[in-house]
Design a protein around this ligand. Structure first.
Ligand code: KPL
Length: 285
């Protein structure tokens, strides 16, 4: 996603540096994005956490588990007040920013764009989606948003990004852990009778927690919305299943873990989510 977003910003005239994990690839600094519409390229400066240039604006496209380490490693290079845009799954990482980088405005990006890596700096933009950017603290749309809205991606400002994030989290809580544990594609959750019942029960628990947490909209529609996403992404392997298959740590603590910490704060039990958190955590070990 980092390569896709970098190319989008580059296409709108922005200057982009990619901060990669060392060792830097032995390729020249150019991203290639393949799509049905043809190939796009974007010149970029390649850098890693040992670089010294100052960062005017930071876009973080890591897994949720890696956000804080990645940002901590380059925080000294951020210009005063540089905005930070987080494009990651799940919730629960904002407290760290409030504590460690209180002078940097934080924005979040939720995206349904589909892209996968073919080689270093070479990706395929496989599915067109929409990206929502907003400020969890309720800040107004910043000037730099124009770099995104003028790009080839469909990007919109979202005033209620917290709600949008919670809604996405709720959907991920109902789909991702089951697909990871049963190693199935999303569509199996609607075909297999046992899994279908589990999805319903997960949605019941999500609905109760959502209502108590002030997300009545998610509480009201979660069963229907999850069914719709399962149908619309039937052939997909969820991101959590992909992590399990690749032997990566899953984002369960930032998905089900965040739902459960919200439930706990509100004195609500969500036993099925608790069980799935434990089972997926065991896969991570
Ligand atoms: O967001 C997803 C994910 O896999 O993380 C869904 C919507 C479940 C699509 O696979």
């Amino acid at each position: 996603m980092g390569c896709l977003f970098a190319t989008a910003i580059g296409s709108a005239g922005g200057r982009v540096s990619l901060l990669l994990r060392p060792p830097l690839p032995a390729t020249r600094g150019e991203i290639t994005v393949e799509s049905v519409e043809g190939n796009r390229t974007c010149p970029v400066t390649l850098d890693d956490q040992n670089g010294t240039s100052r960062i005017e604006q930071l876009l973080v496209c890591t897994k949720a588990n890696d956000i804080t380490d990645a940002v901590a490693g380059i925080a000294h290079r951020l210009k005063p007040g540089a905005p930070i845009l987080l494009a990651a799954n799940g919730m629960g990482y904002l407290d760290w920013f409030d504590r460690e980088l209180p002078d940097h405005p934080i924005y979040c990006c939720l995206s349904t764009e589909g892209a996968y890596r073919i080689a270093p700096l070479h990706i395929r933009h496989a599915g067109r989606g929409r990206s929502l950017i907003g400020s969890p603290a309720g800040l107004p749309a910043p000037d730099w948003l124009q770099d995104w809205t003028a790009s080839f991606l469909d990007v919109q400002w979202e005033n209620a990004i917290n709600r949008a994030q919670w809604h996405k989290l709720a959907i991920n809580c109902a789909i991702n852990p089951l697909t990871a544990l049963y190693r199935c594609r999303n569509g199996e959750l609607a075909r297999n009778e046992v899994l279908k019942v589990l999805v319903e029960q997960l949605c019941d628990e999500i609905s109760i927690v959502s209502a108590a947490a002030g997300f009545g909209d998610t509480a009201a529609t979660i069963h229907r919305d999850v069914a719709g996403v399962i149908a619309g992404t039937a052939a997909n392997r969820s991101s959590m299943l992909q992590d399990v298959i690749a032997g990566r740590t899953t984002e369960i603590n930032f998905i089900t873990g965040y739902l459960l910490s919200t439930a706990e704060r509100l004195n609500i039990d969500a036993p099925l989510h608790r069980q799935l958190l434990q089972q997926v955590t065991e896969l991570d070990l």
